[in-house]
Design a protein around this ligand. Structure first.
Ligand code: GUN
Length: 294
């Protein structure tokens, strides 16, 4: 079997076109959607991600404002900026790019963002809403994975899903979302002994470990759906995921490439959440889209 490649770029284009129409509707209603992006320090990957987010916003007509702080900025200065953005009616989403320098408390920063504007879905209120199955702002990367599965018509209910990686940003929310859809979910992480004994059982394998080449064909069940969330830069400058793509492709039924799989959807779902926030705030009728609202 040679897997179908799930084209995240193509799906992102479709959803972003819908976003453009939603943004235009908001503008016509006198409430142009706005996103504030805060980045601290000069972590190279963070700069790339943030620039991608700002560019994508511009393309669909969401006004983004980028706040760049030096690595030595005080925690207080960040919190003051967030509180001002909480009060700003033109801002519907606030995102603080992670990681932050060690002297800044991630928890404090995330809890200072108004949960009404927490388009990353990282505030405890929103994490709690996800736990009880009533998500308000689903975290963007797992939300993007969910859309990719839906767009391919891949049913989740009753499936064995294995999530490799237990981060707050991807692994944990991904597992909760799939459990909510009645999948049987296992979460593996860096301390899992004999990873293969779990991954081999997966009908759907979601890998977000940040380790190039972690998943090889012997670890994958024939016909499995393999979603690679990893983004790793190799010494030669190339970008690869966590899955041995060429090997696993011979065994899986579906696989996401890196780049061009999950990545474009993460940015897209950030825009979806920002539009959702603006529409809620202003009571604007939502887009009639089975895909975006599914
Ligand atoms: N760092 C890595 N992924 C993310 C993300 O989805 N949101 C934020 N804010 N920071 C990140």
């Amino acid at each position: 079997m040679v897997a179908k490649i799930i084209d995240g770029k193509a799906l992102a284009r479709v959803v972003r076109q819908e976003c453009k129409e939603r943004a235009e509707r908001l503008v016509r209603s006198g409430c142009p959607p706005g996103l504030a992006v805060i980045v601290v320090g000069d972590d190279a990957a963070s700069q790339v991600y943030v620039n991608n987010k700002v560019r994508a916003c511009h393309e669909v007509g969401v006004k983004s404002t980028l706040f760049k702080f030096p690595a030595a900025v005080s925690e207080d200065e960040i919190l003051v900026r967030i509180r001002a953005l909480n009060q700003d009616d033109a801002v519907h989403g606030i995102l603080v790019q992670l990681p932050l320098p060690a002297h800044i408390s991630v928890r404090k920063v995330l809890e200072t963002i108004s949960h009404h504007k927490d388009v990353d879905g990282f505030h405890l209120y929103n994490v709690g809403s996800l736990v009880v199955g009533n998500s308000i702002f689903p975290p963007c990367t797992p939300y993007g994975v969910q859309k990719l599965l839906q767009s391919e018509g891949i049913a989740v209910r009753g499936k064995n899903v294995v999530v490799v990686g237990a981060s707050n940003i991807v692994g944990k929310p991904m597992a909760l979302m799939l459990m909510q859809q009645e999948a049987t979910v296992a979460i593996c992480h860096a301390q899992t002994r004999d990873l293969a004994q779990f991954t081999i059982l997966a009908d759907i394998l979601v890998v977000a470990a940040g380790k190039p080449g972690l998943i090889v064909p012997q670890m994958v069940k024939a016909g499995a759906v393999v979603i690679d969330v990893g983004i790793n830069r190799l010494a030669d400058g190339s970008i690869v995921g966590d899955v041995d793509f060429d090997g696993v492709r011979q065994k899986a039924s579906h696989i996401t490439p890196v780049p061009g799989g999950v990545g474009p959807m993460t940015v897209t779902m950030l825009i979806v959440n920002t539009l959702e926030s603006a529409e809620r705030t202003h009571g604007v009728a939502q887009a009639d889209s089975a895909l975006v609202n599914a």
